[in-house]
Write a new protein. Structure first.
Length: 268
């Protein structure tokens, strides 16, 4: 019988050949799957396997996964491999129009390995292009600011919509407040009517006070008549005339309305 260890070695070698073949034939989707199998099934998570996986992600259009895998290789002990990872990261950043970050990534690739001609070419080409097109970098920064502003506007709109929904939910509460305001208005109106009635009730009191003053004046007049040494007949005639005038005054005031007419209504 063949030992199990030999079978595992055979399967691993077969998986390595399959992954290499998939990558070489530019079958990048299959290459991603075969390299993931090397890592998961055979625990071959070496820098070279991960670099080939990152390249497969990259050329398969899975840029987020590619960037994440490249990032894991930037500090690899193999300086040449780290340089390649920086260079490829710069390529992705350039495709995303993050030119300053891409330029920095190409620079780091040269620092890791000054013989990386691909990184040198990319660095010089991008530097010259930015010198000739300085507005491109400004537009990129404005684009990022615009995206942030748009995100903020979207968030503000969401907050506004939420407030609007909360306002609709609180319509019942607003009606309650309106009802309370209506009750308060009714109380104020009732208080105003009571105050009006009190003012109206003061009118008879003013009349009584006026009559009291006239009675005092009559009494004083009687005393003055006594001092004038008039005959009894003359004094009686004067008093009778004063009493008649007083009676007419009382009758006239009794006919006057004791309550003010309501506004907007006829006198009748």
């Amino acid at each position: 019988m063949i030992p199990s260890s030999l079978t595992e070695v055979s399967d691993r070698n077969k998986a390595i050949k399959t992954a290499a073949k998939d990558y070489a034939s530019t079958e990048y989707e299959a290459s991603v799957a075969s390299h993931m199998k090397l890592i998961s099934d055979f625990e071959l998570s070496t820098p070279n396997v991960n670099y080939n996986l990152a390249l497969s992600y990259h050329y398969n259009g899975q840029l987020e996964e590619a960037t994440r895998t490249y990032s894991g290789l930037l500090n690899a002990p193999d300086k040449e491999l780290a340089s390649f990872a920086y260079n490829q990261s710069g390529v992705i950043l350039g495709e995303e129009k993050k030119y300053e970050e891409a330029l920095e990534s190409f620079k780091m690739a040269l620092i890791k390995n000054h013989l990386n001609e691909s990184a040198r070419y990319n660095y010089e080409l991008l530097s010259r292009w930015l010198e000739e097109n300085p507005d491109q970098n400004d537009q990129n920064e404005e684009g990022e600011d615009g995206e942030e502003q748009q995100d903020q506007e979207d968030q503000d709109q969401q907050d506004q919509d939420k407030k609007s929904d909360d306002s609709k939910d609180g319509e019942g509460d607003e009606e309650t407040e309106e009802d309370e305001a209506s009750e308060s208005q009714k109380k104020d109106d009732k208080s105003g009517e009571e105050s009006q009635q009190e003012e109206d009730s003061e009118e008879p009191s003013d009349l009584e006070s006026d009559l009291s003053d006239r009675e005092k004046a009559m009494e004083k007049m009687r005393e003055n008549l006594k001092e004038m040494n008039l005959t009894p007949e003359q004094a009686a005639q004067i008093l009778e005339a004063m009493n008649a005038a007083e009676l007419r005054y009382i009758q006239q005031n009794q006919k006057k309305a004791t309550k003010r007419p309501e506004r907007g209504l006829p006198d009748w």
